[in-house]
Write a protein that binds this ligand. Structure first.
Ligand code: SAH
Length: 346
């Protein structure tokens, strides 16, 4: 069978040459491109300024793959969680997180995850496949529309903190972000986008070399190798020393500082040894720390530390002039919070 191609996998140049090969004026390509991206159209019939003949030609050669909202849930704190169905019916999750000052879209980069962070529900699924650039872009567009509909404002920020490890789907994530930031797409500033990684050092170096303009967050959770290896077993392949070198390189090349995401757990990292290790790590290269509230998953070995331990982290970091914030969990009642995205509906 002759499978039709997803038209959105074509670049504007490829689309233009398709039109030229078929003896159609090339300006048609930018019209069609505009429908596909800026207007997020779902079918060729919506392209009303395009001739019927051309629409039929496109229909005979291509399909338009588009994500669909499979399930919509609204938390009592305003957080919205979508189960998003992809063209092959696989599911990922995308979340809208409103606060007074911002509305953040939290989007997924892979179906499942190949990493094995013990405290994260997503890691209990295998990695099934990478998302395509259009699937990444569509999540941002979908959440943006929901933000306008429910909160009267477009999204102000995007974080790649949904399912998956963005750096293990590097080229599609970069292409998706290019669309999100381009004027043919959402036209959003890359300064408002943060990619979060579990710490794949060699790809952090690649990103720095590629001169990307978005922000970087790293899920550190422990600056002591032995502990980090236990709670994030894959990290044995990415020693802290290499991670720090990569962070220094990132800072040198991009002039941006990284944010370390960090959860404090009872009996795991709630002691002075861990606090001191974090301070030392942070002092080696300009950085800030985001202490994340832990959301319980099925793994009973992990329990959030008490406020006293968290305050000790805050005061020691502040004493050492390392900026620190505490991120309150959102959307817990609908399992939309960090580390809880695991397709419970499946
Ligand atoms: N793989 C990437 C992006 C997805 S996870 C990464 O690890 O950065 C987004 C954030 O949620 C990470 O900081 C992750 O460590 C954190 N997280 C995972 N499980 C969590 C949980 N149960 N409670 C709170 N945060 C969690």
């Amino acid at each position: 069978m002759n499978e039709k191609k997803d038209i959105r996998s074509l670049t504007i140049e490829e689309l233009t040459s398709f039109f030229e090969t078929n003896n159609m004026p090339s300006y048609r390509a930018s019209q069609v491109y505009n429908w596909l991206w800026k207007k997020s159209c779902l079918s060729f019939d919506e392209m009303t300024n395009v001739s019927l003949e051309l629409r039929n030609l496109l229909k005979s050669k291509f399909v338009i793959n588009h994500i669909k909202i499979d399930k919509f849930q609204k938390s009592n704190d305003g957080t919205i969680k979508n189960a998003i169905s992809l063209y092959d019916n696989l599911l990922v999750e995308s979340v809208l997180i409103p606060t007074n000052s911002r509305t953040t879209a939290c989007i997924s980069s892979q179906v499942g995850c190949s990493l094995d962070c013990e405290f994260c529900a997503t890691s209990k699924m295998n990695r099934i496949r990478n998302l395509n650039p259009d699937e990444i872009y569509d999540q941002a567009v979908t959440i943006n529309s929901q933000s306008i509909k429910y909160h009267d404002r477009p999204i102000s920020n995007i974080v790649f903190m949904g399912m998956g490890e963005p750096l293990l789907n590097y080229s599609n994530v970069i292409k998706g972000i290019d669309k999100i930031t381009s004027k043919e797409g959402l036209g959003m500033s890359p300064k408002r986008i943060t990619v979060s990684t579990s710490g794949i050092s060699k790809l952090i170096i690649k990103m720095a070399d590629d001169n990307v303009k978005f922000n970087l967050a790293i899920s550190l959770h422990s600056a002591i190798e032995k502990t980090r290896n236990e709670i994030m077993p894959f990290s044995k392949k990415f020693p802290l020393e290499d991670l720090l070198e990569a962070v220094k390189y990132w800072n040198f090349k991009t002039n941006k500082i990284v944010t370390y995401e960090y959860i404090v757990w009872e009996g795991i990292n709630d002691n002075d040894e861990h606090i001191n290790a974090l301070v030392k790590f942070c002092k080696s290269s300009p950085s800030k720390v985001n202490l994340i509230e832990y959301n319980t998953t099925d793994n009973k070995l992990f329990k959030s530390a008490d406020n006293k331990a968290i305050n000790q982290y805050v005061s020691k970091l502040e004493k050492n002039k390392i900026p620190v914030t505490i991120r309150k969990s959102r959307g817990k009642d609908i399992d939309a919070a960090c580390g809880q995205l695991a397709n419970k509906l499946e």
